[in-house]
Design a protein around this ligand. Structure first.
Ligand code: SF4
Ligand code: SF4
Length: 460
């Protein structure tokens, strides 16, 4: 008999007043008992609507059924058929907008906690199964992947499983891309990312770090000198946008990318770090996405009083609801319907952020309400740090060093549904194509491109 309780099993978490002073993971994960109880809420629907919401098409009812049967490794193997990063997706997927948004249990209550169950299964496997996956037999073909983030890892994994000799080229010194430099430890411990990367290496994937494609090696050289038959570009969108307001060159102004990279990748908050970061006392973050929440919560953990400034209202805030709730619980202040217009300085340093009050206009034809300034309503927030988190674009380096690769006016690589670009043999996916999006969408694109690369190479 299914468990017809309306709400999900809550996720055990660190106390907000404790966790806002440390970088340990906030969510602690389900116990076996909680996972079994939650799995019993799944109705094992024949037409599995939840799967429509998963960009990598995990067989959701099947893996949940295995949990209900206490076959946790069996559940892992079901997920692993479709996803190479289950411990990551179970943590950072916006499930409420994807698989869980389609779950029938969500019609009259809360959906089944698919993401939390996925995380439980992946963590159980990582803790209890030490045997490395078997290396597939070689098919004698070579493919290169540029970028070791979610799309590159997913693409490499699928190609390796088909027997390709795959090399990933990563510009930074650590694999993982945005999983390593962007998402903080308290949301995604780096040991988890490393574990998933190790699984990929066991499949035979080679990872070359500190190689900047377009500088160290060009795409042409990958084909002509290294003998790769197809190349996947999953170089992400790491180029930060700024507001272009007065004072953005003052000391104490960061892009969210720089701020998070220093903390996540360089561990700048630790004493003796080679790339230290100042511990701000009062930080202002502009933006309303997940990256803004990450930057704000990181600044809080460095000891700052933190204010998020966003030009629309709470309703339009694009970050995941769970992340916003966590930020509020941790003591972060939201200054909504405001937009920074100047960073005020003193002796070359940030002293305050001047904001324009906004209001939402009447809905336009599409129903969208735009923020418009309220005349004469200007205010100032005292601050010694200003972090800009208003989006990122792809780095233009690969485009500028690769003939025949078209990009659109936002600098994103032009690719069709399968990931094929305008340059023969070159495929692309993830944020490099879409602009900054989610981990799971990038993984879905990497998987699609792997299938298209396989077809391309086999038919050549
Ligand atoms: Fe849901 Fe993401 Fe897991 Fe797919 S990968 S089932 S969207 S949590
Ligand atoms: Fe289970 Fe919900 Fe999927 Fe139905 S829609 S199979 S209840 S997870």
């Amino acid at each position: 008999m299914p468990n017809m309780r309306m709400d999900k099993n809550p996720m055990p978490s660190q106390d907000p007043n404790v966790r806002n002073k440390n970088f340990d993971e906030v969510a602690l994960g389900y116990t076996e008992e909680q996972a079994l109880d939650e799995a019993a809420r799944c109705l094992n629907c024949k037409n599995h609507p939840c799967m429509e919401g998963c960009p990598v098409q995990i067989s959701i009812p099947e893996f949940i059924q295995k949990i209900a049967e206490k076959d946790f490794e069996g559940a892992y193997q079901v997920i692993n058929r479709s996803s190479s990063l289950p411990a990551v997706c179970g943590r950072v997927c916006p499930q409420e907008r994807q698989c869980e948004s389609k779950c029938v249990r969500g019609i009259k209550g809360e959906p089944v906690a698919i993401g939390r169950l996925e995380r439980f299964v992946a963590d159980w496997h990582n803790k209890n199964v030490t045997a490395a996956p078997e290396k597939p037999a070689s098919n004698g073909h070579k493919a290169a992947v540029i970028g070791c983030g979610p799309s590159g890892l997913a693409c490499a994994s699928d190609l390796a499983k088909k027997g390709y000799d795959v090399t990933i080229y990563e510009a930074l010194h650590t694999p993982g891309g945005v999983l390593a430099y962007g998402i903080p430890e308290f949301r995604l411990p780096k040991a988890i990312v490393q574990k998933e990367v190790d699984g990929l290496k066991a499949l035979g994937v080679k990872i070359e770090t500190n190689v900047v494609i377009g500088k160290s090696i060009t795409v042409d050289e990958l084909f002509d000198e290294f003998g790769f038959e197809a190349v996947f570009i999953g170089s992400g969108a790491g180029l930060p946008r700024f507001m272009n307001i007065p004072g953005e060159n003052l000391n104490g102004v960061y892009s969210a990318n720089e701020f998070l990279t220093r903390i996540n990748l360089m561990k700048a908050f630790k004493e003796g770090s080679s790339t230290p970061i100042e511990h701000p006392k009062k930080a202002v973050i502009v933006g309303g996405g997940n990256v803004a929440m990450d930057a704000a919560r990181s600044a809080k953990r460095l000891g700052a009083d933190v204010t998020i400034v966003y030009r629309r209202s709470m309703e339009e805030l694009p970050a995941r609801k769970e992340e916003v709730e966590h930020a509020i619980e941790e003591g972060i202040v939201f200054k909504l319907l405001n937009n920074p217009i100047e960073v005020v300085g003193e002796d070359g340093r940030v002293k305050a952020v001047r904001c324009q009050e906004m209001e939402l206009s009447e809905p336009d034809e599409s129903g969208r309400r735009s923020p418009v300034p309220v005349e004469g309503k200007i205010n100032e927030i005292e601050a010694d740090c200003f972090i800009v988190s208003i989006g990122t674009s792809p780095n233009p380096l690969i485009k500028s060093t690769t003939d025949g690769l078209d990009t659109n006016k936002r600098g994103c690589i032009v690719a069709d549904e399968s990931g094929a670009t305008t340059r023969e043999g070159v495929f692309a996916g993830g944020d490099a194509v879409t602009g900054a999006a989610t981990v799971i969408l990038a993984m879905g694109a990497g998987k699609k491109a792997a299938a298209a690369m396989d077809e391309y190479i086999m038919n050549k």
